[in-house]
Design a protein around this ligand. Structure first.
Ligand code: SF4
Length: 117
């Protein structure tokens, strides 16, 4: 089996071809132009991960942008979003504040990417 991927690690967007066996083990990776692209292709085909970027409600109205400070397993994204949607921050919360620590034991914190005025 072959998978065609666009590397999302940097803006160059290399087209990567990954060959997999029946057990979905990676046999070969081609088309990447650096080690990071090869690592991305391996991870994407075996245990895909994503950074979550979304917003959290501000008490009293409005929202503030947040993101995870590390990638989380792709299969946990919906569960993470459920928790993030329940979270609230107060006015005066600074940029980089941890809104949810170690979400779902992934090792990733949800942090603000803007201060709340
Ligand atoms: S393979 Fe390397 S150079 Fe190509 S998009 Fe991925 S990170 Fe960028």
């Amino acid at each position: 089996m072959t998978r065609e991927l666009t590397c999302i690690v940097c803006p160059k967007g290399c087209q990567i071809t990954v060959e997999l066996d029946e057990s979905k083990r990676v046999l070969s990776v081609n088309g990447h132009t650096c080690k990071r692209g090869e690592e991305y292709a391996n991870t994407e085909c075996t245990a895909p991960r994503r950074t979550i970027t979304t917003t959290v409600a501000v008490a009293g109205g409005g929202v503030v942008p947040v993101k995870t400070d590390k990638t989380v397993p792709k299969e946990l994204m919906l569960d993470c979003m459920t928790l993030i949607n329940r979270a609230r921050v107060d006015r005066g919360t600074p940029l980089g504040a941890v809104v949810i620590e170690n979400i779902l034991d992934t090792g990733a914190n949800v942090v603000t990417t803007k201060s709340v005025k």
